[in-house]
Design a protein around this ligand. Structure first.
Ligand SMILES: [Zn+2]
Length: 253
């Protein structure tokens, strides 16, 4: 069993209520966005797919926007592999729609729309292009940037490859690397020994920030609807959203 299959994403995963009733999350040290991304520093979010930028760090982005911090999104793929074999969502439609959904979501968070760079890597093939991704991310970084990417052991091969590539780029460019678990909340369980809880920090989201994150998430329409041509359930069904739309975000420092 390789590393990824031991962190398998199948079924409905760990219910949000199991996480909500675990005191371990509540007792994580809090991290103030003002300290995490100090004045004069940029936040750079490296997103494997259009939606990861908001699902992982949408609340943080809204907060940083209010603080006047510059934020950039590096969109690694255009997410064209989300609806395999679909007549409703062929690759060309996804390629046109999903980047537009990201722009709308960031707009709803109050972010500047010019801050998205698309790297154009094929969806589902980030690991096969890992060194190229690492080089492109490094080229986009400035020393002192605070860089957020999906956790190197998040369980989804694209997410893990983005984490590894970004770790390499941050070391090369002397930028700070912060990891964001997204699919972890699906396959892991409270207290799971595979999760680096000692590095975990909690970013609290007040009611209005969480409301912005909810509105931004609703912009990813392609991921929220049942595919009538294949009968496939939404990519982001209610039980997935419930885990990610809670009054805090967690990062590994
Ligand atoms: Zn993703």
């Amino acid at each position: 069993m390789d590393a990824v299959t031991s962190r398998h994403i199948f079924g409905e995963g760990t219910p949000a209520r199991d996480w909500a009733s675990w005191s371990g999350l509540e007792s994580l040290p809090w991290l103030d966005p003002d300290v995490l991304v100090p004045e004069g520093r940029r936040a750079v979010i490296v997103a494997p797919h259009p939606d990861d930028e908001v699902l992982g760090t949408g609340g943080l982005l809204a907060h940083l926007g209010r603080l006047g911090r510059e934020a950039r999104i590096l969109a690694v793929t255009d997410g064209t592999a989300s609806h395999p074999g679909s007549a409703s969502w062929p690759v060309e439609r996804l390629a046109a729609t999903r980047p537009r959904e990201t722009r709308e979501a960031l707009h709803r968070l109050g972010m500047d729309l010019t801050g998205v760079d698309r790297l154009g890597v094929p969806d589902g093939a980030i690991a096969a292009n890992e060194q190229r991704v690492a080089t492109l991310v490094a080229e986009a970084l400035e020393p002192g940037d605070v860089v957020f990417a999906t956790w190197r052991l998040d369980g989804h091969p694209d997410h893990e490859a983005v984490g590894r590539a970004t770790a390499w780029a941050c070391a090369a460019r002397e930028a700070r690397f912060v990891e964001v678990p997204i699919w972890t909340w699906h396959w892991a369980a409270p207290g799971d020994a595979r999760v680096p809880w000692s590095r975990a920090r909690r970013i609290p989201l007040d009611e209005s920030t969480l409301a912005l994150k909810r509105r931004a998430t609703a912009a990813y329409v392609s991921q929220l609807e049942t595919d009538l041509s294949t009968g496939a359930a939404p990519i982001l069904p209610a039980h997935v959203l419930e885990r990610l739309l809670r009054p805090f975000e967690v990062v590994f420092t």
